[in-house]
Ligand binder design. Structure first.
Ligand code: SAM
Length: 228
């Protein structure tokens, strides 16, 4: 049984994939997909020894050690672009900046044919910007509310024709702003209220930096245009 968030990630893993789950923690995602016979093979990468050992133990307990290879290491360095034949990489449950750092540092470990499924807890626009600047296009997105947070999932594939996203597309997500699902409306309604409060506070403050006021005004304007 997966959390709603990980189930949303899982739906984008193509049937019969050779999956890499980077920052796998307890390897819940590859174990689930493997039990469902949805993947051919998986590498579960984890940089911290404790979770790595637990992941290894879980995989043994489920008897999945021929399908799931648990590897200790930093980011994409656990992958061999020539030997593993990975076609789908999940990086989920981290900040957007950490996700872009992992991708940036690990580029020589990619074979250039992987679908990326990225679920950042915060700073999603940085992930979209990285993808745009490194030859990927965003082919799908989803959004899911769980407990007190709303999570976005970004699915990208390499493209030969570079894509340029607008500021709004980077902020809201090119697919999400088209589809505007319920959780998306909820998220940006909340964000609008927060920005309005912040702007009110800044305007009352004696020495609010002009640049900060303008930044918040600009973001509010983008939110209002998008929701109009
Ligand atoms: N991916 C799982 C999920 O979405 O539920 C686990 C998310 S957990 C909050 C983040 C995991 O990423 C932690 O287990 C952490 O140790 C691992 N991690 C952080 N930086 C990493 C890196 N550079 N390489 C591999 N794993 C990393």
């Amino acid at each position: 049984h997966l959390s709603k968030r990980l189930a949303t990630v899982a739906q984008f893993v193509p049937e019969n994939s050779r999956l890499a789950d980077i920052g796998s923690d307890h390897a819940f995602l590859p174990i689930y997909l493997s039990q469902q016979k949805r993947i051919q093979a998986a590498v579960a990468g984890e940089v911290i020894t404790g979770p790595f050992e637990i992941a290894h133990q879980h995989v043994q307990n489920y008897g999945l050690q021929t399908t799931i290879d648990v590897r200790l290491g930093d980011g994409l360095e656990v992958l061999s672009p020539t030997d593993d034949g990975i076609d789908c990489i999940v990086i989920a449950g981290m900040g957007g900046l950490l996700i872009t750092e992992i991708l940036e540092r690990g580029q020589q470990h990619l074979n250039g044919h992987e679908r990326l499924i990225l679920q950042a807890n915060i700073t999603e626009p940085a992930v979209r910007e990285w993808l745009m600047n490194h030859g990927y296009q965003i082919i799908d997105e989803d959004i899911v509310a769980e407990e007190n947070h709303i999570y976005e999932v970004i699915v990208a594939e390499p493209t030969v024709t570079p894509v340029r996203y607008t500021e709004s597309q980077l902020l809201f997500g090119p697919v999400l702003m088209q589809k505007q699902p319920t959780d998306f409306i909820t998220k940006w309604t909340q964000m609008r209220t927060k920005r309005q409060h912040l702007l009110g506070q800044l305007e009352q403050a004696q020495s609010a930096p002009v640049a900060k006021v303008q930044e918040v005004q600009h973001e509010l304007q983008l939110i209002e245009e998008m929701m109009a």
